[in-house]
Design a binder for this molecule. Structure first.
Ligand code: ADP
Ligand code: MG
Length: 344
């Protein structure tokens, strides 16, 4: 079966922008003017601040189209940006998406990309209010800018963690990294023998989903408001828990003790790690792309935090002089570094 292929040149740049605009309907009351003019117009709820973040994704660097369906790429590009807005404890409102495309991409491919973007807009309740479209000599380049709003006293930076604060993380860690290992392995098998069926089992489905369909934990922003919690520091886990912990420690000028037995690691992640000869702890600490939220709260918020679903308390903030340590089940502790360890 050959798939339908319509060349982008049949539409032209303006035709393409119109086609994109037609797919999207604005839902945020703050969106006063969306796609179509020289700039978009937005209004910010009274007293709130505008929270802005941007990400650039380049083919071959940040994604591999040989195993990433375009609609999932579109979805993920939006989700990872909204994850940054959530990491400031802000409510995401609007996004702008810019693309550089080569004639390698058909209209059907671009439709798939924007279907994913649209699905994410719907899921996270945000409007696509503009962007830019240009050509590229080779790969696909995708840039997403996200806008959110929040009251200044609820905005959470990386710099507010204090000695004694509890260190918490949402969801589970390490799965997305193992999903990437599986996809890369199957790609190699496929390159050697295109007739070979990828060896995917049900356990792998979760891991691959964690890699390909990243979700932003915007739900926590609402949960924090409901439970009356304002974390003292927060960031999202994109580069790996260890790296994010080091950022919080540096920017808050504190140390941290994390406990191995408290790390939220799914059984399927442990199994896949052993399949690849990797330590599940290393995958959780250094894997990355989990897009969970890492945050610290005052100890008096303990009862409130326990009421949050899907949140684990994994450690405690210490004075900077106490260092940044992972306390192993054996009782020994190792220095937290941004690279993997050989210790396990
Ligand atoms: P300009 O020449 O000023 O850059 P464009 O023709 O690129 O204007 O854009 C016209 C309108 O279409 C603007 O509102 C812009 O934000 C929007 N737009 C352009 N490309 C995209 C895109 N890829 N996705 C969403 N909106 C877009
Ligand atoms: Mg433009």
């Amino acid at each position: 079966m050959t798939e339908k292929r319509t060349e982008l040149s049949t539409l032209g740049e303006f035709g393409l922008i119109e086609r994109i605009a037609e797919k999207f309907v604005n839902i945020q009351s703050g969106t006063k003017l969306g796609i179509g003019d020289d700039a978009a117009l937005i209004s910010v709820p009274s007293g709130e601040q505008l929270v802005v973040s941007t990400d650039l994704l380049a083919e071959g660097i940040h994604f591999d189209l040989s195993f990433t369906p375009l609609h999932l790429l579109g979805y993920k590009a939006v989700a990872v940006n909204l994850s940054d807005i959530a990491a400031m404890n802000a409510v995401p409102r609007q996004i702008l998406v810019s693309v550089a495309l080569s004639n390698r991409f058909s209209l059907e491919a671009i439709d798939a990309l924007y279907d994913g973007i649209k699905q994410a807009c719907k899921e996270y309740n945000v409007d696509l209010i503009g962007g830019d479209t240009t050509s590229s000599r080779s790969g696909l380049v995708l840039s997403v800018t996200a806008l959110g709003t929040q009251m200044p006293d609820r905005i959470v930076k990386r710099s507010g963690a204090k000695n004694g604060d509890l260190v918490c993380v949402t969801g589970d860690l390490g799965a997305a990294y193992l999903g990437l290992q599986i996809l890369s392995r199957e790609k190699k098998v496929f390159e050697v023998d295109p007739d070979m069926q990828p060896e995917l089992n049900e356990d792998h489905t979760y891991l691959i989903q964690r890699q390909l369909k990243a979700e932003a934990r915007t739900d926590l922003v609402y949960e924090f408001a409901e439970k009356n919690i304002v974390p003292t520091a927060m960031m999202d886990v994109s580069d790996g828990l260890a790296s994010e912990l080091l950022h919080i420690c540096k920017q808050s000028n504190v140390g941290v003790h994390i406990f191995q037995d408290k790390l939220p690691i799914e059984n399927v992640t442990r199994l896949a790690a052993s399949e690849f000869g990797l330590s599940p702890v290393t995958c959780a600490m250094n894997g990355g792309e989990d897009y969970e939220l890492l945050f610290t709260v005052k100890q008096e918020d303990y009862d409130n935090v326990m009421k949050l679903e899907d949140v684990s308390i994994i450690g405690v903030i210490r004075d900077a002089s106490a260092g940044k340590k992972l306390v192993l089940n054996s009782g020994q502790s190792v220095e937290i570094t941004a690279q993997g360890w050989q210790h396990f």
